[in-house]
Design a protein around this ligand. Structure first.
Ligand code: URA
Length: 240
């Protein structure tokens, strides 16, 4: 992509548009090893090497991060009172990042953070039914009647019952710790589904979203960029 040199630097959050113009005029910016002092020059975001004060920069048009969300932070880009998931991503360069969907404040686990609106739309569109898997800790044992109810759809007070969902008990000796697979994303959906069955959720962690699986080497609060393979798998959803 060819963009103006001042936009290149401003997009990276280095300074405001007028601030970066000054940096350029002061000769602090090099393009392919040569000082360029015209902010309006076009640079190629992939082919040209831009340096600020001798430091090489990398331009990201789109960024994609996987975060293992800890409890206590909000799934928003900005919040006047609380730490947000964006505050946890140190290596970001784009200012237009947002979380793809929301996890409740006390929910942990996989959250995709990007500025790719088309991909986000595709993952969240109700008609797409992208699968999400959660590990759920309950205040008591789940029974086979609950599994049937999840499979058939549950009235949680919305206009329509939930879509068929899978409720699995991975370890029969611990029937209060389950996996749930849902294909929609209604407000407080998992908590409301269990509440309708007389159970309370005491711990909730998202393990996957479509083809994207939480990297279990990420501690809560840690994030990393998606790998090429992960991104390709997500992008393939856009073509279906
Ligand atoms: N369902 C919930 O109840 N909360 C979440 O954060 C995600 C799914």
């Amino acid at each position: 992509m060819r963009i103006r040199l001042d936009k290149y630097l401003a997009d990276l959050g280095i300074e405001s548009r007028s601030g970066v113009k000054l940096l350029i005029k002061k000769g602090r910016v090099q393009v392919n090893g040569t000082v360029w002092n015209r902010p309006e020059t076009k640079v190629d975001t992939e082919a040209d090497q831009i340096c600020l004060d001798g430091r090489n920069l990398t331009y990201y048009d789109y960024e994609y991060f996987m975060l293992n969300k800890p409890a206590g932070v909000v799934s928003a880009s900005r919040d006047p009172r609380s730490l947000t998931v964006l505050d946890l991503i140190d290596s970001k360069t784009r200012k237009d990042l947002f979380p793809v969907g929301r996890l409740d404040r006390n929910t942990t686990g996989l959250l995709l953070v990007t500025n790719d609106g088309a991909l986000a739309h595709c993952l969240l569109a109700p008609g797409r039914h992208v699968e999400k898997v959660y590990r759920v800790q309950l205040d008591g044992a789940v029974e086979s009647a609950d599994q049937t109810a999840f499979r058939e759809g549950i009235d949680i007070g919305d206009d329509t019952p939930t879509l068929p969902a899978m409720l699995e008990i991975p370890d029969a000796s611990r029937p209060e710790e389950v996996l749930v697979r849902i294909h929609e994303g209604r407000y407080h959906q998992i908590k409301r589904m269990f509440a309708a069955r007389g159970r309370q959720v005491v711990g909730l962690k998202r393990l996957s979203m479509g083809p994207l699986l939480l990297d279990d080497t990420l501690e809560e609060g840690e994030s990393r960029r998606l790998t090429g393979t992960e991104l390709a798998e997500l992008k393939s959803l856009e073509h279906h």
